[in-house]
Design a protein. Structure first.
Length: 141
């Protein structure tokens, strides 16, 4: 079985003591094989291209919602942090409303939610999720 090693300065390595940090997938042969397969998929550039193309749809949709409950957003590819008008609800409240509409989002801080759809999402699904966000911001859910 191969042996792995970590090379770093002593002051860096001494930060963590045995038992202080764990990894769900560390040292697991199946997880390592899956990780290798994912890297091979990413080497094709297909998913990065899809994320960039779909990210335009996401940004355009969020831009349309500015002033309609969205006070601002940051987006890169298919990831977005969406700042919601605090008068409408907290990030958690908005995320729970979205969940009732079939869209999963993560609350972050205050009235910000994080959108991180899968790289396999279709443009129709993405537009539907943006529509659900508009619904919960303008009409509640």
């Amino acid at each position: 079985m191969p042996v792995s090693a970590v090379v770093a300065r002593r002051e860096v390595l001494s930060v963590l003591k045995p038992g202080e940090h764990g990894s769900t997938f560390g040292g697991n042969p199946l997880a390592a094989a899956v990780g290798t397969a994912v890297v091979e998929l990413l080497e094709t550039g297909e998913f990065q291209r899809r994320a960039a193309e779909s990210g335009v749809v996401l940004r355009d949709g969020l831009t349309e919602l500015v002033g309609k409950g969205v006070v601002g957003f940051r987006a890169r590819g298919l990831w977005a942090g969406v700042d919601v008008d605090p008068a409408i609800g907290t990030g958690r409240e908005i995320s729970e409303r979205l969940m009732r509409e079939g869209v999963l989002a993560k609350d972050t801080h205050g009235s910000t939610i994080r959108l991180a759809p899968p790289l396999t999402i279709t443009e129709d699904e993405l537009r539907s999720a943006i529509g659900a966000l508009e619904k919960v911001l303008t009409r509640g859910a």
